[in-house]
Design a binder for this molecule. Sequence first.
Ligand SMILES: Nc1ncnc2c1ncn2[C@@H]1O[C@H](COP(=O)(O)OP(=O)(O)O)[C@@H](O)[C@H]1O
Ligand SMILES: Nc1ccn([C@@H]2O[C@H](COP(=O)(O)OP(=O)(O)O)[C@@H](O)[C@H]2O)c(=O)n1
Ligand SMILES: [Mg+2]
Length: 243
Amino acid sequence: MGTAGDSEKKPTVVFVLGGPGSGKGTQCANIVEHFGYTHLSAGDLLRAEIKSGSENGNTKWECLGLPLLKAGGVGIHSYQALSFFIGIGCILHLITMIQNMIKEGKIVPSEVTIKLLQKAMQDSGNDKFLIDGFPRNEENRAAFEAVTKIEPAFVLFFDCPEEEMERRILSRNQGREDDNIETIRKRFKVFLESSLPVVEYYDSKGKVRKVDAAKPIDEVFEVVKAIFTPKDEKVKQHRCAIL
Ligand SMILES: Nc1ncnc2c1ncn2[C@@H]1O[C@H](COP(=O)(O)OP(=O)(O)O)[C@@H](O)[C@H]1O
Ligand SMILES: Nc1ccn([C@@H]2O[C@H](COP(=O)(O)OP(=O)(O)O)[C@@H](O)[C@H]2O)c(=O)n1
Ligand SMILES: [Mg+2]
């Protein structure tokens, strides 16, 4: 990824924002199919990190030198063993921290989320990204800009009433620990207090494309499609319709 002054071309980034249950993930899947973007959901990346930390921890431990310990500890000096266990402790502590914050509907510190996003961007091999559910607060926004020097092309904002979002989350059935009424209420509060100001910030820069997300999925996508269709393509389609 580029930094300021790099001659390499910066990737195109569209931030996809909206309240919990507004349909960000659903519409991103449609956009990927039609417009060749890579979809990166900050929440999905954090959940994957928890999963890989708790289920597949060995991989990470091995990176920290578990093969040495597995070999029976032969030749391990105490300071090596100590730093090894401190390393494991840090990873487990981080995983627990992410898990607890998600359960409480809180926003995980940017260093964690941005690292995951940057890695996913590099691994994708693509140069067009839908970043879903990020930035969720001012700290996310400022840190992403400072670290990556990337400005979003625009911000797709799904506007949906709270009652509808609540209905959708309660019937989402993805087994998420935060899809319960108690955490949902906390997430709505965080959305209003911390995430909406980010949308307002980009709105003041003329970057927000607001979509009525309360409509059925297909109707929402018609509006989304028009936003992503390049202007010259729209003129072509209009001409074809007339002729
Ligand atoms: N326009 C819509 N109308 C009705 N249900 C929807 C709509 N968009 C998404 N859903 C459903 O609502 C739930 C939440 O959608 P999701 O895409 O996960 O939202 P978000 O990522 O914003 O939390 C899912 O079960 C999804 O199938
Ligand atoms: N930028 C982000 C995005 C999500 N998260 C955490 O992940 C949770 C779920 O985010 P999500 O985007 O998957 O949730 P939905 O809006 O899709 O329902 C949030 O409530 C936060 O706890 C975060 O800390 N920082
Ligand atoms: Mg989502």
